[in-house]
Design a protein around this ligand. Structure first.
Ligand code: SF4
Length: 219
């Protein structure tokens, strides 16, 4: 994107899908029929070693004579800066299953939804929470309470704000948490019950660590 934008002095609209497809069209016309792989490799290397993002080495550049941005002295604006993405507010609930008798907490590998493929507490979009709460409240072996403290966290362009719902297992439950079909609610089906003293070492995101600290402050 950078090399071709400079080569053609493209200073506008290169990041939109129509801008990208226009660049692809240009590149398709440049690729030689013979050894197109070498062309790709050369363009990549040129971008990394010579036509760098800042301070490009134009005086050493093998395609300087063909470069319109160099000829027009507009390298600084080719390509233009990527537009910043708008911030998206996300409201989540962190669900902490707590087995008080053994002082263990349930964590899981989140396979979908927010922060998927990370290990931590189940995270539920606030919009889906009324259904999850309804199911949790119907389970006799759980007692629910919400922590008064909220957590907040920013990831890329997401501004996350959340509440913590603790689902405390009552002593000698008649059913086990594992026997409930959580997948219907979009939650992981299997949890690992981790002693509180070891939980911090198992969490893979700083958001989960914030949640855990708030729980520790409370209990
Ligand atoms: S002349 Fe400069 S801006 Fe143009 S392609 Fe070469 S290094 Fe990049």
């Amino acid at each position: 994107m950078r090399v071709v934008s400079r080569l053609l002095a493209l200073s506008e609209d290169v990041w939109s899908s129509s801008g990208k497809s226009a660049i692809q069209t240009h590149v398709a016309q440049m690729i030689p029929d013979e050894r197109p792989g070498d062309f790709n490799q050369a363009m990549m290397e040129l971008g990394v070693t010579v036509c760098r993002k800042s301070k490009p080495l134009c005086l050493l550049c093998p395609i300087q004579e063909q470069c319109l941005a160099f000829a027009r002295n507009c390298i600084e604006i080719c390509p233009p800066k990527k537009p910043r993405r708008d911030t998206v507010d996300v409201e989540l609930f962190a669900l902490l299953f707590w087995r008080k008798t053994t002082d263990t907490l349930a964590i899981a590998n989140r396979t979908k939804g927010f922060l998927s493929n990370t290990v931590g507490f189940p995270l539920i979009p606030a919009i889906e929470m009324s259904e999850v709460k309804r199911v949790l409240q119907s389970l006799q072996h759980l007692q629910l309470f919400e922590l008064s403290s909220r957590f907040s966290h920013n990831i890329t362009h997401h501004r996350i704000s959340g509440k913590i719902l603790v689902a405390q297992e009552l002593d000698n439950p008649s059913i086990s948490t594992e026997s409930v079909s959580w997948q219907k609610l979009g939650l992981p089906q299997s949890f690992d019950w981790i002693p509180r003293s070891a939980v911090a070492s198992k969490l893979s995101t700083s958001l989960d660590n914030k949640v855990f600290k708030l729980f520790q402050n409370y209990h």
